[in-house]
Design a protein around this ligand. Structure first.
Ligand code: ATP
Ligand code: MG
Length: 442
């Protein structure tokens, strides 16, 4: 770090706030790994970034865990540094990188490599000094172990430096190997600091857990489930979405239901049903997905809620999704009769139509029609080749009649699989006008 780099930065530690318990200062690497996959990420931009930040920047979090497992692919590459965010910003800007202060007060700077090679999140080492169940007040530090201590699970708290030296302060490697999802520190305390960690626990356990929850962690998760009500719908949606399309969904949802967590994140109350623990529709839907499509988030959620309209309404409100998405979600509560498949395709598009078709088949416990699936998958967006102006050009006076006429031609065109050309539509339009409109009156 040069003097010019740091002269205007606030000190990394704030002497007015009480010091947290002193942690052992041992900072030895526990293993050496081949970090070349991380260093070459985003066309080598990761190496440049580490060099710009100085030798003591490290890769942290999910990318390290995935590297150790041999599963690192296209995921995020997160980097931590003892440098103050202002210094990070200055160094990168000087080198022609773009920086976005996404959470500067929490020490996070988003860095965009030149020539759009990739985006990285760079976080200054920090410790949480105050928490309110979701947000933390942080203090920057130069202590890697402190930074690891505020991370959620032992296997998410490892870091790797440029030479491939792996730092693992809380036994993450061992837990990863044993498939043991363990909070860093005391589960009850760590959950109380941030209730979103409850959902994160199920998400990571679904991916890396090889054994049952240990009793203390399960009890801590269940005991604080009722406190999740205060979490924002958006954060719940993000974590739940990853659970819903991730591995071992059925088992994970069953455990979440048992622990009383599912009822906190999905609407349970309707006139007919009060519990969410029947995943048979989801089970059948997933079998159909294996044959026909990728895992689909919204249709899976609709299946968990048994396509109950009131619950889907409540879900849309809880997740604060846009009006357009809410309408799309509510449509999943109704089936698509075969003869209106074209209408569904035309109005809702292929994705939503496939969602409904698969949900229908799952509900009836029948295979999905491969003809229909093919029709949906081959569907290209279409547009009615005539407009109201054409009716006016044919002599119809502007007014409600124009809209009625166009809707009639549209229905005729949809029923003919969108095949009629503009000429054929105009021909049909002129016939309808001649047959049914007394043009002399208009
Ligand atoms: P994924 O590959 O699914 O993105 P990830 O581990 O990278 O997994 P992120 O949500 O991207 O997960 O978070 C990055 C890292 O930040 C985590 O590995 C963890 O160290 C830390 N982290 C994120 N959210 C929390 C949290 N709520 N509490 C504590 N640490 C967290
Ligand atoms: Mg990540």
């Amino acid at each position: 770090m040069t003097a010019a780099d740091t002269e205007n930065d606030p000190p990394l530690t704030d002497a007015s706030t009480p010091q947290s318990p002193v942690l052992p200062q041992r900072d030895d690497p526990v293993a050496t790994v081949d970090a070349s996959l991380l260093l070459t990420a985003h066309g080598g931009a990761a190496t440049k970034l580490i060099d710009l930040l100085g030798g003591d920047a490290r890769f942290v979090g999910g990318c390290v865990r995935d590297l150790v497992l041999g599963e690192f692919g296209q995921g995020d590459v997160d980097i931590a540094t003892p440098l103050h965010p202002n210094t990070v910003t200055r160094r990168l800007t000087r080198a022609g990188w773009k920086t976005i202060p996404v959470g500067i007060e929490h020490g996070t700077v988003m860095a965009v490599a030149p020539e759009s090679r990739g985006t990285f999140e760079i976080t200054t080492l920090r410790e949480d000094i105050e928490t309110d169940g979701r947000h933390a007040k942080v203090r920057f530090t130069e202590d890697w172990r402190q930074d690891a201590a505020r991370r959620d699970f032992t296997y998410n708290a490892m870091s790797v430096d440029r030479k491939g030296l792996l730092y693992d302060y809380f036994g993450g490697l061992e837990d990863l190997e044993a498939g043991h999802t363990r909070f860093v520190g005391n589960a009850t305390e760590r959950i109380a600091e941030d209730r979103l960690r409850i959902l994160r626990a199920y998400r990571f356990h679904a991916r890396f857990g090889l054994r049952e929850w240990d009793g203390a962690t399960a009890r801590a998760l269940a005991a604080q489930a009722p406190e999740m009500a205060a979490l924002s719908g958006e954060r719940i949606r993000q974590e739940l979405a990853k659970i819903m399309v991730g591995p071992r969904v059925l088992d994970t949802l069953r455990t979440m239901a048992e622990h009383g967590v599912l009822a906190q994140v999905l609407p349970t109350q309707t006139a007919h049903r009060t519990r969410i623990d029947d995943f048979s529709l989801l089970d059948r839907l997933m079998t159909l997905e294996e044959l026909h499509d990728q895992p689909g988030l919204w249709r899976r959620l609709a299946a968990v809620l048994h396509r109950d309209e009131a619950r889907l309404q409540a879900l849309a409100a809880r997740f604060k999704i846009s009006n357009r998405d809410r309408e799309a979600l509510l449509r999943l509560s109704t089936s698509v009769p075969a003869k209106t498949l074209n209408w569904a395709l035309y109005l809702d598009g292929p994705d939503a139509s496939l969602d409904r078709l698969l949900l229908d088949a799952a509900e009836m416990n029948t295979p999905a029609s491969t003809d229909f699936v093919r029709q949906i998958q081959n569907f290209q967006p279409v547009q009615l080749p005539i407009s109201g102006q054409d009716a006016i050009d044919l002599g119809v006076a502007p007014g409600p009649a124009v809209g009625q006429l166009i809707r009639r031609i549209e229905a005729w065109w949809v029923e003919r699989d969108f095949q009629p050309t503009r000429e054929q539509c105009l021909w049909e339009l002129s016939h309808v006008i001649n047959d049914e409109f007394d043009l002399s009156a208009s």
